[in-house]
Write a protein that binds this ligand. Sequence first.
Ligand SMILES: [Zn+2]
Length: 282
Amino acid sequence: MKAYISVDLEGVNGVIHSSQTQPNEPGYLRSLDLMHQETNAVIEGLLEAGCDEILINDSHWDMRNLQHEKLLQHPGVMVRSGWQKPFSMVSGIDKAPDRADFAIFLGYHARAGHEHGVLSHTYRAQIFYEVKLNDLPAGETLLNAALAGYFDVPVALLCGDDTVCKEATDQLGPILTACVKTAVSRYSAIFPSHKETLSLLKAKAKEAASNKKYWQVFKPKTPCKLEISFFDPSMADAAELIPQIKRIGARTIVIEGQDYSQIFRLMLAVGALGASRKDPYF
Ligand SMILES: [Zn+2]
């Protein structure tokens, strides 16, 4: 059995402030340690369930966070590391014929605009003000699950704070979730015991791998419509340079089409274009 894990950082227990997620900031190294421990707990559960191949996609920031020598040593464990890589947080999920049987989203966080999800954002925290997929407010959970679904890979388990767990079951259906902290506000949470959290992750990973009833293939209705509102209208100016992009407001663009994988790529492209217009002073 082959498993795929997309590992982000903001949804890890113990992580609460943006500075903890940035290389060169105090607290980042501690966050990395917690990220490795949570990833190892999930790997342990998957190995116990009989998985023999586990592809881990480092999905945070420059995607060079995980150090493979600090992960549980097993011949079937591989890390997809570094930036830039196609499909970003779900890079490698498209690889046939060795596609994963199911995916796990670990360290995930609520969508941009959630009223109190810890470190809520959608892909580009300072560029994307709000993202909607087929009129549904979308976070990384929905966008990435839709790409996994495009390649017929189900999502089995999502781990993060209580708000992203709810987002996942509301939007994807009855997948398994592991709540590792309770959000109080965007920069505040209640942390449960570290040891208990690791036990929970291991148990949920094992349960997710062992029960296909939790495996949800999510396919958005086609044609798909992805609507992105930027923080700054100049970012929308840059995005609409791409011919397939339709501007529908001062700060809002729409990408429509039958092929979600192309829409996903265009979303990444307008994120990069938008970032090029970020004003450091204004
Ligand atoms: Zn993220």
